[in-house]
Design a protein around this ligand. Structure first.
Ligand SMILES: Nc1ncnc2c1ncn2[C@@H]1O[C@H](COP(=O)(O)OP(=O)(O)OP(=O)(O)O)[C@@H](O)[C@H]1O
Ligand SMILES: [Mg+2]
Length: 340
């Protein structure tokens, strides 16, 4: 009888450990797409020593039981009714931070400013005709070849934005409400079925236009960045009202939290005062962690890097890590997609 191939031995080991591809990728810290490709290709031509190393590492690896598994991807839209509060900053850095922890993350950039794309996938302008705009306006499945780009960061993919996204509002306006309401669902069909992604972060603009409302209608959570200023708190009631409205058709939509950003550490009273105001109108919904005003954030974006790559040890990034911890706790507590 012929000796077992590497792939047969690998399959037997995964079966013995009761690991699927997601468990395997999490335990090894390797990219899941690469592992899937490896199992699908003819490995007899590959370097036997490297293959043996993967086998040995798999045998020795342990699964981090604390990582959550979901029945389908958790969709978090980053939205508030005010401009410049840190929506793109939060969307890009939370996407990066969770992917760094081993979660498979997809960023979807629906804002015509494409700020998330310019940081997570700076080459996005090289293929201007394959972006969120084309996918959405043609009602294509996002998994059709070309739309999803692998960033240079492990476990982090993106559907890049485009200046043309502004035109989607007009396109949606002429559609029948029923059709309009089904586009996101159609685009997300294979992504939901495959359940490869754990988290999807959608970076939106500040409007309550048809596009954003359509995205809210497919989402699980709204994450809403605020600045600790009296006027900024005015953005809270419109978010609460919009979420209530969307919940009539999408009852699973919840507010994950209001997150304070650009906190001026010299103004000692501004954060607690602002927190008190939010607590009055949205009890229990403010994040305990916050992000200070820090030039590293602006600079990292100018250099096209997530903050955690640009300067992992700066104070704002330490806070970003705390926000990611709290975000995961909130998802665990509020999401009914967590596999027990
Ligand atoms: N904590 C922070 N400290 C310093 N600068 C910040 C911080 N957060 C965001 N910024 C900067 O503020 C500007 C606005 O942030 P960002 O683009 O994330 O906001 P936004 O809500 O997405 O804006 P828009 O409504 O235009 O989409 C950017 O230049 C960003 O670099
Ligand atoms: Mg933005």
């Amino acid at each position: 009888m012929s000796e077992k191939t590497w792939k047969e031995k690998m399959e037997a080991l995964l079966k013995q450990k009761k690991w699927d591809m997601k468990d395997w990728h999490r335990a090894l810290g390797l990219n899941q797409w690469q592992l899937e490709n490896l199992m699908a290709m003819d490995t007899t031509q590959l370097d036997p020593e490297s293959l043996q190393n993967i086998y040995d590492d798999t045998k020795a690896a342990k699964l981090d039981k604390k990582m959550m598994r979901f029945e389908s991807p958790v969709i978090i839209v980053v939205w508030t009714h005010k401009g410049g509060t840190g929506k793109s900053t939060t969307a890009m850095n939370m996407s990066y931070e969770l992917s760094r922890r081993g979660y498979n993350v997809l960023g979807i950039d629906i804002d015509s400013q494409s700020d998330m794309s310019s940081v997570l996938y700076p080459n996005y302008l090289e293929q201007p005709d394959v972006s969120f705009y084309e996918a959405f306006s043609m009602h294509d499945d996002f998994m059709e070849p070309g739309y999803i780009r692998h960033t240079e960061y492990v476990n982090l993919d993106i559907i890049p934005g485009s200046a043309k996204c502004e035109g989607l509002e007009g396109q949606l306006g002429v559609l029948d409400q029923n059709i309009r309401g089904r586009i996101w669902e159609k685009c997300l069909r294979t992504i939901r079925k495959d359940n490869y992604y754990d988290f999807i972060f959608v970076d939106m603009d500040k409007t309550a236009g048809l596009m954003n409302v359509a995205a809210l209608a497919e989402a699980d959570f709204v994450l809403s960045p605020l600045e600790p200023a009296i006027f900024a708190v005015k953005a809270v009631p419109p978010v609460l009202a919009q979420v209530e409205e969307v919940r009539k058709n999408n009852p699973k939509l919840k507010i994950l939290g209001f997150l304070y950003n650009k906190v001026d550490m010299r103004k000692k009273r501004s954060l607690p005062e602002s927190l008190e105001l939010v607590e009055e109108i949205a009890p229990g919904l403010a994040f305990k962690s916050f992000i200070k005003n820090d030039a590293n954030i602006d600079n990292s974006q100018r250099e096209h890097y997530p903050l955690g790559v640009y300067n992992r040890s700066c104070a704002a990034n330490k806070q970003m890590i705390e926000v990611a911890d709290e975000l995961l706790e909130k998802v665990k507590e509020k999401s009914d997609k967590v596999v027990k």
